[in-house]
Design a protein around this ligand. Structure first.
Ligand SMILES: [Zn+2]
Ligand SMILES: [Zn+2]
Length: 193
């Protein structure tokens, strides 16, 4: 998580005090239903804020996550409702991750990480799970983003060779691990939005 252990303990104690998490024997901590509801609401605000930045303000999709982390706290319920309407109720953030509804429902699409895909299996990119600028700028430079056709050409010890929209490129396993894809049926084309 990239934080010092002491701050994790403090945060968990704080969340417990507000009954957002509970301790589970042998399993660590788990979100309570109140905690889950709050987390989904933050995800909703975050992902709609990202769409505001890309769709309305023309920001780069690889560059909006960090600003959305700040914006998500400033958007009131009313602003979110207006924003969602103006964006015509998008189902995904610019990175392909689903936007929870105002009732806290989230629809996860069936997709798999690149690591589980056989060689030469036709896929399209479904979502990028690590949205940080540093990783996304690498993926963006190779043309990897949601809805782009992709297949695995070769696996090497330290990297993976991919064919992205007809062009070969190489990624480290670390970068590739945040790319999730949908396997295509032969001869079929899919577009989600
Ligand atoms: Zn984000
Ligand atoms: Zn996103």
């Amino acid at each position: 998580m990239n934080v010092v252990p002491g701050s994790v303990t403090n945060t968990i104690e704080h969340l417990k005090k507000h009954s957002l998490v509970k301790r589970e024997p042998y399993r660590g901590v788990k979100l309570t239903s109140k905690g889950k509801k709050l987390a989904l609401n933050i995800l909703r605000r975050h992902r709609l804020a990202e769409r505001l930045l890309t769709d309305i303000l023309n920001g780069e999709w690889s560059d909006v996550h960090e600003n959305a982390c700040k914006l998500e706290h400033a958007l009131t319920k009313e602003v979110i409702a207006l924003l969602e309407k103006r964006l015509e109720h998008p189902k995904y953030c610019p990175h392909g991750n689903p936007i929870p509804t105002e009732h806290g429902k989230i629809e996860e699409e069936e997709c798999r990480p690149l690591a589980e895909i056989s060689l030469n299996e036709n896929c399209i990119v479904a979502k990028i799970t690590d949205e940080k600028r540093k990783k996304l700028s690498i993926l963006a430079s190779k043309g990897i983003k949601p809805d782009v056709p992709i297949h695995v050409v070769k696996r090497k010890r330290s990297s993976i060779v991919l064919c992205v929209a007809g062009k070969n490129c190489t990624l480290s396993h670390d970068i590739a691990s945040s790319v999730w894809v949908k396997v295509m049926e032969r001869g079929k084309h899919a577009k989600r939005k």
